[in-house]
Design a protein around this ligand. Structure first.
Ligand SMILES: Cc1cc2nc3c(=O)[nH]c(=O)nc-3n(C[C@H](O)[C@H](O)[C@H](O)COP(=O)(O)OP(=O)(O)OC[C@H]3O[C@@H](n4cnc5c(N)ncnc54)[C@H](O)[C@@H]3O)c2cc1C
Length: 421
């Protein structure tokens, strides 16, 4: 089929309209570039919309860290309460990814990641504040921090230890003991032992934010093609000549691959290794409850997140590595509600408005991939942001735009290069 797009040469073509693709579009449009977005679904509706909405510059430790494999193995013996699951798939790339991930769970990986993650996280947090103010986005943005709650002394002690580590790295944090916690968060149950509060963090309603960002970039002139999955590429002489879709080929000067957990599938005929695997999670969104939490919460031992969004409350959790389906499992939705009840005073019956599943795009070292393809002069990759794809989006968008415009980037991007794999 021949379409108008066959004849037009686009300036910058972005594959994927999630937080990363939309933020990249925003900063490129601000810099005067012309942007076209292709999405297999609708923009802003992928894995970003139903997430917890946490903006967490405090999260400078990557997913691949010491103790993660041991905890995962331990949790697998309690499948009905485990925050973690693992899909068995006999795909050589997936198996290689699992081995690489396990091998990266060490101090050296954390040491390598700390500074780059801190740079990206802080730039993103600053950019969220500026973008929301400049664009007047009404998306329940709250700078009330991120509070970890604990019901188990060993986990609380570990949380305090982590708080000291974070403080040493310049992250603002406060520890509240049992006699203080209800004053800070009146929604907690009496048996909560205390909390660790990352006071520089924030949260927002991601579905509303992404909707507003999508509308804004359209108004700035972005050409958006929804329900247009990318099926392949025409490559010659080290350049992506065209991007193939069922509705025709799109030619562009520059291409950005920002297809989240699907990035490695989209890039399958590009001859580059983009080791990104999905980690599925779930959320339920209900009408506001009587005792709405004051801030974004993490329920320590359960690893469940709770986010208050104005008239709604959202509970999210579970990390199922290797799962590509985005159909929520009712049993896990029920369990998430049960875990939230253990920590906060939910109403007797929740008025559930939405249940959801999404995919975190995870690299083997837990650090995103941001940079040029080593073998295609006009291809850039921005994927693999794991549990932080919303939090790190405006920072990623800014540095992607700087790279595309041949400018000096806000910080050194070499730790994010795909060549490391
Ligand atoms: C339960 C849960 C809670 C989370 N909580 C948080 C949180 O609090 N804070 C945070 O920062 N992050 C959170 N995350 C992670 C965050 O949602 C992801 O990291 C983020 O969505 C990744 O953004 P992305 O733009 O890279 O990918 P996505 O959001 O997945 O967007 C990728 C886009 O690419 C499109 N696409 C796929 N294939 C193709 C193709 N062939 N052609 C064209 N388009 C294609 C998709 O339709 C999609 O729109 C959470 C995730 C889950 C699952």
């Amino acid at each position: 089929m021949t379409t108008k797009s066959d004849m037009l040469k686009h300036d910058i073509l972005i594959i994927g309209g999630g937080p990363i693709g939309l933020s990249s579009a925003y900063y490129l449009l601000k810099a005067g570039r012309k942007v076209t977005i292709l999405d297999s679904n609708e923009i802003g509706k992928g894995s970003g919309s139903g997430n917890a909405g946490h903006i967490v510059p405090s999260h400078i430790i990557p997913l691949a860290a010491p103790g993660v494999v041991t905890s995962a193995l331990k949790w697998m013996f309690s499948p009905s309460t485990s925050p973690f699951g693992l899909k068995i798939r006999l795909d050589p790339k997936y198996i290689a990814w699992l081995i690489q991930f396990a091998a990266a769970c060490n101090e050296a990986n954390v040491d390598r990641a700390l500074e780059p993650m801190k740079n990206l996280g802080q730039l993103s947090a600053d950019n969220f504040a500026k973008m929301i103010e400049d664009e007047n986005f009404d998306c329940h943005y709250q700078t009330t921090g991120f509070l970890n709650l604990y019901k188990n002394q060993a986990a609380f002690d570990e949380g305090k230890h982590e708080a000291e580590f974070m403080q040493e790295h310049g992250i603002p944090v406060r520890v509240y003991e049992k006699n203080q916690i209800a004053g800070v968060e009146p929604a907690v149950r009496n048996d909560v032992l205390g909390g660790v509060h990352f006071t520089g963090d924030a949260h927002l309603n991601p579905a509303v934010f992404l909707k507003l960002l999508g509308e804004r970039i359209r108004a700035m002139g972005a050409e958006v093609h929804e329900h247009t999955p990318v099926t392949g590429f025409a490559v010659s002489e080290g350049k992506v000549r065209a991007v193939r879709t069922a509705s025709g080929e799109f030619e562009a000067e520059q291409v950005i691959l920002a297809a989240g957990a699907w990035s490695s599938i989209v890039a399958r005929d590009l001859q580059i290794n983009i080791p990104v695997q999905p980690a599925r999670g779930y959320s339920l969104t209900a009408s506001a409850i009587q005792n709405m939490p004051r801030q974004a919460l993490i329920l320590g031992d359960r690893r469940v997140a709770v986010s208050p969004f104005g008239n709604h409350i959202r509970v999210t959790g579970r990390l199922e590595v290797g799962e590509f389906s985005t159909t929520p499992k009712p049993i896990w939705i029920q369990r998430l509600e049960g875990f939230a009840r253990e920590y906060i005073r939910l109403d007797e019956k929740l008025d559930i408005k939405e249940t959801w599943a999404g995919l975190r795009p995870v690299t083997p070292d837990g650090v995103p991939i941001i940079g040029r393809s080593p073998i295609h002069s006009n291809l850039m990759i921005a994927a693999g942001h794991a549990m932080l794809g919303l939090s790190l989006a405006p920072g990623t968008g800014q540095v992607v735009a700087e790279l595309m415009n041949g400018e000096k980037t806000a910080f050194d991007l070499s730790p994010f290069g795909v060549e490391r794999f």
